[in-house]
Design a protein around this ligand. Sequence first.
Ligand code: HEM
Length: 383
Amino acid sequence: VVDDWSWWTAGVWRTVTTVSRRRVLAALGVLTGAAAGGGAVGTLGLPRSGSVAPAVVPFAGTQQAGIVTPPQAHLCFAAFDVTAPTRSALVSLLRRWSDAAGQLTAGVLGPGDSPEADALPARLTVTFGFGPTLFDAGGVDRFGLRDRRPAPLLPVPPMPGDALDPDRSDGDLAVQACADDPVVARHAVRTLARLAGRDAVPRWRQTGFAAARNLFGYRDGTANPTSERDLDTHVWVGADDQPWMRAGSYLVVRRIRMLLEAWDRVPVDRQDAIVGRRRSTGARLPAPVDAHVRLAAPAGNGGARLLRRGYAYDDGLTPSGHADAGLFFLCFQRDPRRQFTAIQRRLAANDAMRGFVQHRASAVFACPGGVGPTGWVGEALFS
Ligand code: HEM
């Protein structure tokens, strides 16, 4: 363990000329997590006053961070439309974004960063995804990628009760930034939007927060797959898909408004029956056939499971004065057709909760495998 490693960081930074800075930073990220009692790193590695060891989740790895990473407290999610005129401009954008994500997650930022960037890494993760339209935009193959579109990468088909807003749905590229500090997550998205320049424009954005209970008052996410075996079975893409998606995962996004005023008028024992769990403890109940957890459980869905990583959102009031709040549902899986779509089809038809929720936006993204220390996201897609 390096004693005064923040000083060391600054020294290394100045002397590094030929090695990728990001590679150095990725290594430092590991050190940062390990350095007991080390100081926090400020802009270009300078220590901050009163700092504590920052929590760094390395950007580089076999899989992208932000999928099985224990959920951070805050989310800033952004979808972009690609405006890059050529394939090489798109590649250059992905390289810039990967370099920046490596730096941001290590908590080391470049000159010219705005003052609020001077924050701890706060376990920041940046996860990238590619939407179906990147491969085929209404019959137009802008970047020569059509043959590489993975079969599972399809929009979720319309479901009963959907009230989707197209302006808040879909997108060519996705950036999921999660951190324990809301400003750090927002700053990451803002930095990437700035670096996109003329190659991508923001399409929609959503912030969210994690809490022990969702806005209906229930513990959420307890039945997620966690063992390596379950993750390989249900979350990570294997050899049966496009080779560039190996060790990647598919992300389905749904902005689900929760009708809180209606829910709050329902007695708690009825709420428990709708969810299929005890609100006070989260305990499983002998749930009715239309209870949410009963319909969503693997037993009724051919064994299909999801890694749910959603965040609550609260966007104030709708024009009619009702709470514009709910669950920004994010789930990772190997194949949305067999997983999210199959489960949601059952929920949309029969879930006792369906009268209290409304799906307002939808998007699907292919999140490729992780980025090597000198690589960039999606490298295998373009090679
Ligand atoms: C606002 C909407 C939703 C709310 C409030 C909600 C709430 C919950 C709660 C409280 C649980 C039990 C605790 C847990 O295991 O996490 C649960 C379980 C689950 N939910 Fe949802 N959920 C919502 C939407 C969805 C959607 C859209 C899907 C997928 C299509 C889904 C799939 C699941 C699954 C797979 C489980 C675990 C079932 C099991 O393995 O036992 N949920 N949900």
